[in-house]
Design a protein around this ligand. Sequence first.
Ligand SMILES: Nc1nc2c(c(=O)[nH]1)N[C@H]1C(S)=C(S)[C@@H](COP(=O)(O)OP(=O)(O)OC[C@H]3O[C@@H](n4cnc5c(=O)[nH]c(N)nc54)[C@H](O)[C@@H]3O)O[C@H]1N2
Ligand SMILES: Nc1nc2c(c(=O)[nH]1)N[C@H]1C(S)=C(S)[C@@H](COP(=O)(O)OP(=O)(O)OC[C@H]3O[C@@H](n4cnc5c(=O)[nH]c(N)nc54)[C@H](O)[C@@H]3O)O[C@H]1N2
Ligand code: SF4
Ligand SMILES: [Mo]
Length: 686
Amino acid sequence: MNAPDSIGRKIVQLACPHDCPDTCAMDVTVEDGVAVEIKGGDMPFTAGVLCTKVAKYLERTYSPERVLHPLKRVGRKGEGRFERISWDEALDTIAARFKAIAAEDPQQILPSSYAGNMGLINFGAMDRRFFNRLGASHLDRTLCSTAGKAGMKITLGGSVGTNVEHAVDAKLILIWGSNPIVSNLHFWTRCQEAKRRGAKLVIIDPRRNETAEKCHEHIALLPGTDGALALAMMHVIIGENRHDRDYVERHTVGFDRLAARVKDWTPERAAAVCGITPDQIVALAREYATVKPALIRLNYGMQRCHGGGMAVRAIACLPALVGAWRSPAGGVVLSTSGFYGLNHHALERPDLISGAPRTINHAALGDALTAAQPPVKAIYVYNNNPVAVCPDSRKVIAGFSREDLFCVVHDLFLTDTADYADIVLPATSQLEHHDIHSSYGHLYVLASQPAIAPVGESKPNAEVFRLLAKRMGFDDPCFDDTDEDLCRQALESSSPTLVGIGWDGLKAAGWKRLTVADAPFANGGFPTPSGKCEFYSEWAAKQGLDPLPTYVAPYEGPTSNPELANRYPLAFISPPNRHFLNSSFANLEFARKDAGEPTLEMHPDDAAPRGISDGALVRIANDRGEFSAVARLNGRARRGVVIAPSVWWRKLSPDGCNANEVTSQALADLRGAATFYDCLVEVIAA
Ligand SMILES: Nc1nc2c(c(=O)[nH]1)N[C@H]1C(S)=C(S)[C@@H](COP(=O)(O)OP(=O)(O)OC[C@H]3O[C@@H](n4cnc5c(=O)[nH]c(N)nc54)[C@H](O)[C@@H]3O)O[C@H]1N2
Ligand SMILES: Nc1nc2c(c(=O)[nH]1)N[C@H]1C(S)=C(S)[C@@H](COP(=O)(O)OP(=O)(O)OC[C@H]3O[C@@H](n4cnc5c(=O)[nH]c(N)nc54)[C@H](O)[C@@H]3O)O[C@H]1N2
Ligand code: SF4
Ligand SMILES: [Mo]
């Protein structure tokens, strides 16, 4: 932080708290206690640039829609009618209800939090301590990334991979299940520089998304079929003897078994599964094996389906097969979070748990709230808008509508979920609290400092749990730690990547880079049990999983469920809207203006026989539910796939519903992950 000048002006260094791989540094200018300007910070990955939505973060911070003080419900559940109460009344009410329910069985209390704020302190620290000590049900946070993370862990040993700061030197970049112009902007700027230096950009995505328009080639496969494509690429590479024998021999395990596995995966077979041509697969495989350095940027978009974990696992085998890890610009990255080694144990204190509370899967929250035994009697929602973002809305809403469910929502805004709350608590924005940030898209640690006083009576997450812990009588001294104590503890770690990074130095500098070698796996050294890239995984075999990469078809598709596919012939995906961040921003005037209205992108050949023209209102339906959107025949959808950019707030949508009305609670092949993009629908002209 700069010292205030004579007119009381200072610049404060923050980190963007949103769930985005870029975790930008932000400089906020404050005059007389009011934030007047926000800009990208000087952290090298950010390089002074924020995305368009966060460039308007001050409008979010000072939005007239902010919740300014605690509220209690006066209307029916879902109605969203509240009356102002004091913090004391709010906290006393919550503590009294929690004590009564915990006296029966504390597992009847469930936290529901996800990634509204990615700062380590506000994401998971005092809250985890509180619920651990309470003995509440454990929430398995599977909404986004667990399948892909598991695929990476089995193959490479963790969420590690290429530092995309080197992408400018790549000669071939495969952008796979990712839309970086929308969701990884600062990687995209590196791709553009690589393109200027002669690199070829290939995107693999069912949707001709904003990024595809700017790539040299677009492979528009069917959703959920990436595993088959990767297996066939390996079939071609090994069959044509194009693999890097030396790298494979020295730094991988199980090549012979992998070769046997991919033998049947001919380009013809995979092409039929993926809905593309065999020639596309052969050309891609040859190019990938010969152009160096080759980088694969995976994002989570391609693992939101039944076979999502195994698809990531298969793709993660490719760089070792061709020796792409030899160069700093080669390899693959899904997430860099595994490089950090921060002290989550100190933050979360799992040792405070007594007994063995059950685990509830976030991706099946609807089922949990309507059918779990013992029932969930209280839910505490923060950093999360489950009524809008969890799959199978009708079940989720049936759960939140239960009169006997005590519901607390801590948020900056009266979200779809807040409408079901008994108590609403006002949350601070990033300008109003301390935090420390890691990233899943680069290698920097950032300090985020408060720039202004809390707006209204809002409080940060950790502060609310400190106050609740007092009222619950939790006397462990860890409940007295301040936010800065927590920031300090996060860095108390023996991780070699964090050497020389302490809280005070970080605060003064704003950001520091982890110590990670360029081309970290050029000579192997993967964090797997064998230290090699594991084509064959003994560990997976022991877990009862297929030890080799394999293809797992979508639950909802013509081969796995022909009867369903007959009734609901269109594959439905609902990837991020450029102007929102999940459901965040979707209530703000400026973002809604940019986003327009809820749309459904269709191919003209799917629209015509249904009597649907561009701009027509359509209903998107399956056995789980239905919602409405405006049809857009805008060239983005391939045949057989319809797309609803998301996540809109239900109550601000024309028919009070959003895309999750039709998505399912089925779980992916690995780590119980959500399968938002494994979904068949029919589209009907409204
Ligand atoms: N502006 C904006 N940025 C965001 C978000 C947002 O909502 N808005 N969300 C944030 C979050 S939570 C995350 S997890 C990250 C990453 O979020 P992701 O979900 O990875 O989102 P995208 O980068 O948009 O990439 C999704 C792409 O995957 C494609 N896709 C869908 N199914 C498949 C498939 O089966 N195979 C393949 N190959 N492609 C498929 C979609 O068409 C889309 O173009 O982005 C973050 N950044
Ligand atoms: N159909 C469909 N559904 C999806 C997806 C999809 O692609 N399609 N994507 C999925 C993915 S990848 C993800 S990650 C999830 C995201 O789901 P969530 O993590 O729930 O993300 P958001 O919808 O942005 O909601 C976060 C909420 O946290 C609040 N918040 C922000 N900061 C704070 C804070 O400091 N304290 C408190 N108490 N609250 C705060 C925000 O105001 C916001 O209301 O959604 C999933 N749902
Ligand atoms: S949402 Fe992503 S790109 Fe935008 S400012 Fe935040 S970290 Fe940067
Ligand atoms: Mo996500």
